[in-house]
Design a protein around this ligand. Sequence first.
Ligand SMILES: [Zn+2]
Length: 129
Amino acid sequence: MHEVDMTRCLLLSMQEWSQQHAPRQPSVQRVHLQVGTFTCVEPDQLVFTWRAAVKGSWLDGSELSIESIPLVGRCLCCNSTYAPRVDHGYRSPCCDHPMEEIVSGRELKIRSVDYSLSEPRLTPQSVEI
Ligand SMILES: [Zn+2]
């Protein structure tokens, strides 16, 4: 299943990200994703898979926010960009060329993370008077 692999990748990225904050553990509320419409990822399915995967882990309770990035192609004939349509075979509307270059629509990336860091344990300090 596509979404399970995607989730596994995301979890690895999050794990690496969290190590930047070591020894503190970030408490994550929300992960903002950009997902291209050409990645064949079903956003609802990804959210569902995520929730199941993070249960019981340090990411338990975090949610995904998915921003859809539309598919944009570039026609190498006339260098114009266009929104490819399935019913048009993804061909460019200007000169009917097959889609040769994808400008956007293949993204799967973490744009930002909403999180908080717990305060480090306060050690009692002696105060000099
Ligand atoms: Zn063209």
